[in-house]
Design a protein around this ligand. Structure first.
Ligand code: PCA
Length: 326
């Protein structure tokens, strides 16, 4: 070959190499809540951001409504590498580690701003616990404030006695016990059915979840108690994370920041919108009576001391750091 043809051949080989795509990976992302829920919408946008940003090297495909794994199974699926990424309400794992329940302490952080400060205070400890479980945290988005749903009117804790209560974590089960109700744990994806069939007649949750699940078909009252604002967390299996190129890690972290911002904004917008949706569906939406509020505050104080006892020094440090920020 002449010098020129050798050069041309080499250039052609290099061009082919450059055009050969790096092997693309598909990451399935299980999510527990319905596709129309704002967390799921945010997750889908996050997935598109990563897919585009990595030039298709990492394609994220979301699976909402608990269709790939149910809420309770998502964390384990990520930990064990059955999937590389997923979203979960971390307080659902409070029985594993009390720290996971830091965002469900009644009346500690009752507004978006306070919940944000509490998250800043808790984040380093939560990230450490997750890292020990082979999980890397990407982003977290709050739910709107938690209020009480009932089929029938309730004006004091005495009225709650014996009512079947749908719970979604330890804190909600404990709240039921302390108010004399009967807790039954049910995933959000299944609550419409549970209320329609009388398996449960009440719950604590956001206006958003009641709206998504059209609970006005069965329940009639929503009392705004603003008990806490729990979060959903998007986590990655740490082995999968470590296997990414630095460039792709940067893309994912950038997309995660955008998702956290957009998701939080949506949660705020959705608060008023969904409460109006409950009203339009025929429900009475109102603040709790002063008696009920006072009684719930007392129960909240009991639950706070129980949590502090379970969460030890790390828990106390989170609450102290939060109070120092306020
Ligand atoms: N909705 C979720 C958790 C908190 C919320 O507002 C649920 O009810 O399962």
């Amino acid at each position: 070959m002449t010098k020129l043809t050798t050069m041309l051949a080499t250039t052609a080989t290099l061009a082919t190499m450059a055009a050969t795509p790096v092997l693309a990976e598909t990451w399935d992302m299980p999510m527990a809540y319905s596709g129309s829920n704002f967390h799921s919408v945010t997750g889908a946008e996050f997935g598109e951001c990563v897919t585009t940003g990595t030039g298709g090297e990492v394609e994220i495909v979301t699976h909402p409504s608990g269709s790939l794994f149910k809420g309770a199974d998502i964390k384990r699926a990520i930990q064990t590498g059955q999937v590389n990424i997923g979203e979960r309400l971390l307080s659902g794992h409070q029985n594993e580690n009390a720290l996971f329940g830091y965002d469900s302490i009644p009346f500690l952080a009752t507004s978006f701003d306070d919940a944000d400060m509490l998250w800043k205070a808790a984040k380093p400890s939560v990230e450490k616990v997750l890292a020990d479980q082979n999980l890397t945290l990407l982003y977290a988005v709050p739910w709107p404030p938690q209020g009480l749903y009932f089929r029938d009117e309730v004006s004091s804790v005495a009225d709650m006695k014996g009512i079947k209560f749908r719970s979604y974590n330890n804190a909600t089960s404990r709240l039921a016990e302390l108010t004399g109700m009967l807790p039954v744990t049910i995933e959000a994806a299944e609550i419409s059915q549970a209320f329609a069939t009388g398996v449960a007649d009440s719950m604590i949750s956001s206006g958003a979840t009641g709206y998504d699940r059209k609970v006005w078909e069965s329940l009639n009252y929503f009392y705004e108690v603003d008990a806490w604002l729990p979060r959903n967390y998007v986590m990655v299996n740490s082995d999968a994370w470590n296997g990414l190129s630095d460039a792709n890690k940067n893309v994912m972290q950038g997309c995660a920041k955008l998702a956290e911002y957009a998701g939080t904004w949506r949660a705020k917008e959705y608060t008023g919108f969904t409460l109006q949706g409950l009203r339009d569906g025929g429900m009475t939406v109102a603040p709790a009576s002063d008696t009920m509020k006072g009684e719930l505050q007392e129960i909240g104080a009991t639950m706070t001391s129980e949590w502090l006892e379970a969460a030890g020094d790390d828990g106390a440090a989170i609450v102290d750091a939060f109070k120092a920020m306020k």
